[in-house]
Design a protein around this ligand. Structure first.
Ligand code: ZN
Length: 275
């Protein structure tokens, strides 16, 4: 079994301080949190940035730069930038894809539309085609986020059309209110539909974060944790830092007997270009 790649999803674009009092908001806080996760064993960081004034998610290139540049200087982390913008607000395509110009090694690729909160997280074919094209152009590997089975089928079709390239890398997003549930059965259904040479990682939303991490651990997949997906360490106890969530899953993996991938080992496993 491959070593396990831990991805830390630092902040997302939606959760505010009234619900998540410890969530990083400013570029400085996001950078610091990502460094702590790297020290704790994360190989990949999944980065959104927030408008420091409003606290809301933003696709502002300068804010991304304020996070990416210090991370490249101080760590060897694999950087995965979001292209989701603000789900429900559905920004113009160019704005969503702006972070690709920073040439991250990975970028999120949400392979279909879905209801999220009170709105629609819109990822129509026009967006997907353009995102795939630009990622290829910039040498960025798409991290295919699948919220339901149709998104996996869409990615496979785009692969057959030559828009996405093997080996594909999937991030299963299990447990969103309108998507596939975070259950072992639901996860297995996803797992059975991806190509044998694909790599994959699991997200469990909320208290199911650890459940889906355990499925990935025993099935040879990779794990994403972090406050974008879950803010609790255990029932009634909030995580005060993202690193605490990373530390917990690293402990469990080591105890189980699966080693933790370094960023460079993650690059080899995912077939990324070297730094
Ligand atoms: Zn995200």
């Amino acid at each position: 079994m491959d070593k396990v790649i831990i991805t830390a999803a630092i902040t997302g674009s939606r959760m505010m301080r009234d619900i998540a009092p410890y969530i990083p908001i400013t570029p400085g806080e996001i950078t610091q949190s990502a460094i702590e996760c790297w020290e704790a064993g994360a190989a990949v960081v999944h980065i959104h940035v927030r408008d420091p004034e409003t606290g809301l998610g933003s696709q502002d290139l300068d804010l991304f730069r304020q996070v990416v540049e210090p991370l490249r200087e101080k760590t060897d982390l694999v950087i995965c930038l979001t292209t989701s913008g603000i789900p429900g607000r559905n920004l113009p395509i160019d704005e969503r894809l702006a972070p690709l110009t920073l040439k991250p090694e990975l970028a999120s690729f949400d392979a279909g539309s879905i209801n999220l909160g009170s709105g629609v997280f819109s990822n129509p074919p026009e967006f997907l085609d353009e995102a795939a094209r630009r990622m290829k152009e910039e040498g960025v590997k798409p991290e295919i986020e699948a919220f339901d089975l149709g998104m996996i089928m869409t990615a496979l079709r785009m692969r057959d059309e030559g828009k996405l390239e093997d080996p594909l890398h999937f991030q299963f997003v299990l447990g969103t209110p309108s998507g596939a549930p975070a259950t072992p059965k639901s996860f297995l259904h996803f797992y059975e539909h991806i190509p044998e040479n694909a790599t994959w990682s699991n997200i469990g939303i909320g208290w199911r974060q650890l459940h889906m991490a355990m499925m990935a651990l025993i099935m040879g997949g990779h794990i994403r944790v972090g406050m974008e997906d879950n803010i609790y360490l255990r029932h009634g106890v909030m995580a005060k830092t993202n690193a605490e969530l990373v530390e917990r899953v690293v402990r469990i993996c080591r105890e189980y007997g699966r080693e933790i991938a370094t960023p460079d080992e993650a690059r080899t496993i995912l077939g990324l270009r070297k730094r």
